[in-house]
Design a protein around this ligand. Structure first.
Ligand SMILES: [Zn+2]
Ligand SMILES: [Zn+2]
Length: 144
């Protein structure tokens, strides 16, 4: 199954051809806080499974990551929407922003990272459960 996605304004569109990409992480790192005001949800996939079908994402090499390892952050130069990131620590891998997928169904929360950096009072729930998060209008709240 090929999933489609786009940035908020639609200037950059992509296809994700990775049926095995189901597990996503919730990230509370500083960059995600700036990008989203709190945290991001990131689907792990391979860089070559993401095919840009419209526009060209801009690239920001983030050298201020909490891990200390550079991250290539791809985003739309028009609306500023973060699309996916490529970590130098995991060559060939990409973390796709779940919110940019047109169809967000069938995904599983695998892990939360940089929890100690979470914005208070929205700290991670015990045992990784996030009943307050849903995967979009019409989709059921998921359980970890
Ligand atoms: Zn855009
Ligand atoms: Zn992050």
């Amino acid at each position: 199954m090929v999933r489609t996605g786009r940035c908020y304004c639609g200037a950059v569109c992509y296809e994700l051809d990775d049926d095995s990409a189901r597990d996503f992480s919730v990230c509370y790192c500083e960059a995600c806080k700036y990008a989203s005001s709190s945290h991001t949800m990131n689907l792990r996939t391979d860089s070559d499974k993401i095919k840009i079908t419209k526009g060209t994402p801009k690239s920001f090499i983030d050298t201020k990551t909490l891990s200390g390892k550079p991250m290539d952050r791809k985003f739309c130069g028009d609306c500023g929407n973060a699309l996916f990131s490529e970590p130098s620590s995991l060559p060939g891998k990409a973390f796709l922003k779940v919110g940019t997928l047109d169809d967000k169904s069938g995904l599983n929360l695998l892990v939360e990272v940089f929890c100690s950096n979470a914005l208070q009072p929205f700290e991670p729930m015990p045992q990784g459960k996030h009943p307050q998060l849903t995967l979009g209008a019409g989709s059921p709240a998921f359980e970890a």
